[in-house]
Write a protein that binds this ligand. Structure first.
Ligand SMILES: C[S@@+](CC[C@H](N)C(=O)[O-])C[C@H]1O[C@@H](n2cnc3c(N)ncnc32)[C@H](O)[C@@H]1O
Length: 315
């Protein structure tokens, strides 16, 4: 599976991340939702989405990985991640997606590493300052981009995944191992973390609200200016399913700080078979006209379909 291959290539030591199962961007092979580990009767409509809920830091699952594996960001930074299987957590073997039930968060996808590297590059070039910012990672899975943001000084980090189980089994343990270190290595007392599960159509109830529309029509001095959305939204490999793109974009516009918020998005140009991709998502953005995209990176290393990293901001 290309996502794990990417992770292997960036792992400096220790065990590899997981064995290849599928590629959801390989036109000749199996892909996301079709022809491989698809633990769901594709003829039936997906079940209603799970309710939007907050998961507490103390709700770590007993299924959480016992062992942590290193993922190298660069020569001086390694982030640790756990590994759990879909059969242990969801009772489905070798499955990368069960629509409406499990959306792929237990695996580490290569886009999340592309995203971390793009953030790192922007920091090094003084184009990005994470210190004190409010960050939301959408479709976080392992949450490596959000963890990276916290390591670089973000003041508030909210993690969202479709599945509460993913947050309990992976995201929370990963946050704890990377960020809750004993002194003198550091503490996270000055930072605030939140974990939220549910479908993008429902999540705005639990997130900070950016009030982009309100700000455009008033002086901008709203009482809740302090909590006026996230400064940075991160997302990797979240734009694969054509059907969920409108809800995802709507959520971003609702929750991103207006006018200064930015979105960093990593993903494949096209996900064969499921119709989504960065191209389709950016069509939606262009049609809407509120935000402008800037391409940060193209990754065409032959290991997968072309991957991209984009930055979006309000016009
Ligand atoms: C392919 S996984 C990527 C995980 C992680 N970002 C990575 O790159 O390793 C896609 C993620 O998007 C989220 N997701 C997909 N569809 C969703 C939806 N309709 N509502 C909420 N989250 C969704 C899932 O939580 C899942 O973790």
């Amino acid at each position: 599976m290309e996502n794990t291959e990417a992770a292997k290539n960036t792992t400096t030591a220790g065990p590899t991340l997981s064995s290849p199962l599928f590629s959801f961007s390989n036109p000749g092979g199996s892909f996301f939702g079709f022809g491989f580990g698809f633990g769901f009767d594709s003829g039936a409509p997906p079940p209603p989405p799970p309710p939007a809920v907050e998961v507490q830091l103390c709700e770590e699952s007993p299924v959480a990985a016992a062992r942590m594996e290193p993922v190298a960001v660069d020569d001086s930074l390694t982030i640790y991640k756990g590994r759990v299987s879909t059969s242990d957590v969801f009772g489905v073997k070798d499955s990368d997606l069960v629509p409406g039930k499990y959306e792929g968060g237990l695996k580490l996808w290569e886009g999340s590493l592309d995203l971390v590297k793009a953030l790192n590059a922007d920091i090094k070039e003084d184009k990005l300052l994470l210190e004190g910012t409010r960050v939301l990672e959408l479709g976080c899975g392992h949450g490596l981009p959000g963890i990276f943001a916290a390591l670089k000084g973000a003041g508030l980090i909210h993690f969202q995944d479709f599945n509460a189980e993913v947050l309990r089994c992976l995201t929370i343990p990963n946050v704890k191992v990377n960020l809750f270190k004993e002194p003198p290595e550091g503490t996270c007392t000055s930072r605030s973390f939140g974990f939220f599960a549910g479908d993008w159509s429902e999540m705005d109830k639990l997130f900070l609200c950016g009030d982009a529309e309100k700000d455009k029509t008033t002086s901008g001095d709203t009482e809740d200016k302090m909590y006026n959305g996230y400064d940075i939204i991160l997302m990797a490999e979240t734009v694969y399913a054509l059907s969920s793109l409108p809800n995802l974009y709507r959520l971003i516009k609702k929750c991103l700080h207006y006018p200064g918020g930015v979105v960093y998005m990593a993903g494949k140009k096209h996900y064969f078979g499921v119709g989504g991709g960065t191209t389709q998502f950016l069509c939606l953005v262009e049609e809407d006209g509120a935000m402008q995209p800037e391409r940060l990176n193209d990754v065409a290393d032959g290991s997968s379909n072309v991957r991209e990293v984009w930055k979006l901001s309000f016009k």
